[in-house]
Design a protein around this ligand. Structure first.
Ligand SMILES: [Zn+2]
Length: 301
């Protein structure tokens, strides 16, 4: 038996055939074509599942963008990047179409569950996941389950305010965490200082070569990042925070900076057992986390 795993992003859909132990046996990707709407998207999902029709399929596991009620597999809010996506009960539609069990959960929550199953959170029943990307996303695993909250939007760490009257955020507030500590924020800070568009790697390469402007920018950005992280640590008192996103390619070089900066902001009992780890599953975390949820749904894990 195998599982079809699908990760729907605003730009690309990643998919694969996954074993019950989480090996990715085959994979591919296709454009989301978000502007063509949800029916076009559903037809793409049908094509993906049918492409594995020769296999014995246990179910369909979907990780998706937006605010999702994973308990019923319905999109309940978010930006309407995919026209018609909000309000879609994808699980009901997939289960009716294929007569197979299906799950749908938010992509950051899926990433957290993927890391719990096979990555940096292996063996941990409680931990926090935070993703540094265009924005900052969060997932809280409590007693082996995702903390969903009353309307399934818990752990939106990106909108904790860290600067009073700061930069305007898309959410309506000013000074949100993700305006200062996301990868986008790092690139903005570099552009403001130099007038040049640079990606994260270029910024870190310059900093490592001794560039004083980049040293100052990365130091400020790390300071913003650990301001938010310390707030999260004070709320949850976790023993593990898993950090994901492209910047984690910097490895221990960056992890050491985070640890040093965070340590100065936490009281003894908050940092006593706290470990920061970088995520281990990369772009596959969403698909694997959705697979973990499906296995739970059908009682195989
Ligand atoms: Zn905000």
């Amino acid at each position: 038996m195998k599982i079809v795993g699908i990760d729907i992003g605003g730009t690309m859909i990643k998919y694969g055939l996954i074993s019950l132990t989480g090996e990715i046996l085959a994979s591919g990707e296709t454009s989301t074509e978000a502007d063509k709407g949800v029916e076009n998207l559903f037809n793409k999902l049908v094509t993906i599942v049918e492409s594995y029709s020769k296999e014995e399929i246990l179910g369909i596991a979907v990780s998706g963008t937006g605010q999702i009620d994973g308990s019923i597999g319905k999109v309940v809010g978010g930006n309407d990047i995919i026209l018609g996506w909000i309000g879609t009960n994808l699980v009901e539609r997939l289960e009716n179409k294929f007569s197979l069990p299906a799950v749908l959960e938010n992509d950051v929550n899926c990433a957290a569950l993927g890391e719990k199953w096979l990555g940096a959170g292996r063996g941990e029943k409680d931990f926090i996941c935070i993703t540094i990307g265009t924005g900052i996303g969060g997932g809280v695993v409590l007693n082996n389950e995702i903390l969903r909250g009353d309307t399934c939007v818990a752990a939106e760490f990106g909108h904790i305010q860290i600067v009073k009257d700061g930069i305007q955020c898309l959410c309506g507030k000013k000074g949100c965490y993700e305006r200062y500590a996301s990868a986008t924020a790092l690139m903005r800070m570099a552009k403001e200082a130099t007038g040049k568009d640079m990606n994260g790697k270029e910024i870190f390469d310059l900093e490592k070569s001794g560039d004083s402007t980049m040293k100052k920018i990365i130091s400020e950005w790390v300071d913003y990042f650990t301001d938010g992280l310390s707030t999260i640590a004070y709320i949850f008192n976790p023993s593990l925070i898993v950090i994901g996103g492209g910047v984690t390619k910097q490895g221990d070089y960056l992890l050491d900076k985070f640890n040093e900066s965070l340590s100065s902001k936490l009281g003894p009992n908050f940092k006593k057992n706290l470990k920061l780890k970088f995520a281990e599953l990369g772009n596959n975390a969403g698909m694997l986390g959705a697979t973990y949820l499906l296995l739970k749904k059908v009682g195989r894990i």
